[in-house]
Design a protein around this ligand. Structure first.
Ligand SMILES: [Zn+2]
Length: 191
């Protein structure tokens, strides 16, 4: 899985170099990050940077801030680890439904994936690599049943590293500027 993910990322970066000289700076930047194992993947398979929408500042019910972006995709689309890291917590909450909290390698940021239809075969404590399938898009929690999407948040962890105490940062500019798209042609077994 690791090698396959890495080669897919590398070929994506390579084609970006070929397609556009303007993009080459960003592609080289992405490649350098890959080499330092700080790759960044759009966390829903097959979604391009251009398809992302910045919904970070949209209000939610009760005046809550969104503090995340929603990535729409058909139910069952693979959800991918955005970065290398560790599955810190699998948690079910009323608003988020089935959720994953992934710490990055340094424990600086926590990556939060919510409304999952189901988990992939992962357990708390597992090391994952960017691009690994960790779950599937769904509508658990307070997501509308007819609008499957991944609710994706990035939070800076406090020094004490509690997974639920991060301070949100907007993941949109980061994903939009340099995240790579991974295609997943695997057929998704429906429950
Ligand atoms: Zn959301």
């Amino acid at each position: 899985m690791l090698m396959r993910s890495a080669s897919t990322v590398a070929s994506t970066v390579g084609s970006a170099v070929a397609v556009s000289g303007v993009m080459s700076f960003f592609a080289c930047f992405a490649a350098a990050l890959l080499l330092s194992s700080e790759c960044l993947v759009i966390p829903v398979a097959g979604v391009s940077r251009e398809a992302l929408r910045d919904t970070y500042d949209e209000a939610r019910s009760g005046g809550r801030p969104h503090d995340a972006i929603d990535i729409l995709a058909p139910r069952g689309t693979p959800v991918l680890a955005a970065v290398d890291g560790t599955i810190r917590k699998l948690f079910t909450s009323k608003p988020g439904g089935l959720t994953i909290y992934e710490f990055d390698e340094s424990g600086t940021f926590v990556y939060y994936y919510a409304h999952l239809d189901r988990y992939a075969s992962i357990r708390e404590g597992d090391r994952v690599h960017c691009g690994d399938v960790i779950g599937y898009v769904g509508t658990t929690g307070n997501a509308a049943a007819n609008t499957p999407h991944l609710h994706f948040a990035v939070e800076k962890l406090p020094a004490t590293k509690e997974w639920w105490k991060g301070v949100a940062v907007n993941p949109y500019p980061l994903l939009r500027s340099r995240a790579v798209t991974l295609e997943r042609s695997v057929s998704v077994p429906m429950p």
